[in-house]
Design a protein around this ligand. Sequence first.
Ligand code: IPE
Ligand code: IPE
Ligand code: MG
Length: 225
Amino acid sequence: MNPLNHVAIIMDGNGRWGLKFKNSRKAGHKAGLNTVEKIIKSSIKHNIKFLTLYAFSTENWKRPKSEIMYLFNLLENFLVNKIDQLHTQNIKLKIIGNKNFSSKLNKLLKKAEQKTFNNNKLQINLALNYGSKSELLNAFKKLKKNKQKISENNLNKYLQTSNIPDPDLLIRTGNTNRLSNFLLWQLAYSEIFFEKKLWPSFNENDFKKIIKKYRIIKRNFGNIS
Ligand code: IPE
Ligand code: IPE
Ligand code: MG
């Protein structure tokens, strides 16, 4: 049985769900947050140590301003209302991505990261304003600036995921089979599951079924046996 240490998720399909059931994309984003809470709980149950959630990409700035504002508002409220609960559950929150938001949100994010820094039950990496290409370019720039050899180890040190093992499992909901600029380097050997359900409809049972399938995959890493 494969160990499962790190699960990464592209939480896609909120907008379509919202339009279909509530006639509003925003309602879909709100409903998506409930799934986030369910999957956090479930991750703890499955003894997963790292959960990386793609919440906002560097490309998502192309969306209408009102949708972007709504998303960041949801996030602010989530941080204000839920951070104590996450902390009591011994969950560590880390943001990956370019942290250049409003000063209010920047402060909230920093506070949440600091408060939960020493927690060790589950680490949630929230990918916010995250883009893998930008992350890789920045890492190469740092290598160059510090006159360091271009090697896998040195590059890893400058990625935002330094000290985080690569994902064992990637799940993308929303019936779309692409990576959308997410963890391109780190997913080199992850097992990938594309799920038809839209993120707000995804539940603990769907998660459990994927984990069960993942556990018995023969992972070769290039080898034969
Ligand atoms: C994913 O859901 C959440 C974010 C990108 C913030 P979408 O908003 O992309 O939902 P669809 O794909 O349009 O249904
Ligand atoms: C990927 O979803 C980003 C997040 C889930 C945050 P998108 O909906 O933005 O992806 P594309 O644009 O359809 O590839
Ligand atoms: Mg989408």
